[in-house]
Design a protein around this ligand. Structure first.
Ligand code: NI
Length: 169
């Protein structure tokens, strides 16, 4: 089932997600819906708050559905190591058309549970590292627009207001 993606400034996007405690069929069916929603929107990452569910669940697939081996589900994830620096352009399904350069760690190690509750560690470099940091930020209620300079943020927010007034947001 394709879920509705919430756009900024929907308040759920800035609310920290609750940890997942039950790893049941309902969770696995929600994860499947998140993948379906992300693929339909041609995204590479989607976090539960973006579909209005304030829970610590995120899905990622850098291949956008082309390579099943790249599907990743992170439940209750935590970044346990960071190294290096990257400064690259990011987008977000909750901010259509907005792209901004964000400073991120070049490599991260994440500890998370899968959709069955099993703990694992995963490492990401380059795009995967940035995607992991962007999605885990969503679970903390942090949006990429708040990781850029105040001036750039004001410009982006002004553009969003114009799109809203034109009925295009
Ligand atoms: Ni995003």
């Amino acid at each position: 089932m394709i879920l509705t993606i919430r756009k900024y400034p929907d308040p759920v996007l800035q609310q920290p997600g609750e940890p997942v405690v039950e790893f049941d069929e309902a969770l696995r069916s929600f994860v499947a819906d998140m993948f379906e929603t992300m693929y339909a929107a041609q995204g590479i990452g989607l976090a539960a708050p973006q579909v209005g569910v304030s829970r610590r669940v995120t899905v990622m697939d850098l291949s956008s559905g082309k390579d099943p081996a790249q599907k990743m589900v992170l439940v209750n994830p935590e970044i346990v190591e960071r190294a290096g620096k990257l400064y690259e352009e990011e987008g977000c399904l909750s901010f259509p058309e907005i792209r901004e350069k964000v400073s991120r760690a070049a490599r991260v190690k994440v500890r998370a549970q899968d959709e069955h509750g099993k703990w694992f560690e995963a490492e990401g470099e380059e795009l995967l590292s940035r995607c992991m940091q962007h999605e885990i930020d969503h679970l903390d209620g942090v949006l990429f627009i708040f990781r850029i300079s105040g001036l750039k943020r004001e410009m982006a927010l002004r553009r969003i207001r114009k799109l809203q007034q034109a009925g295009e947001w």
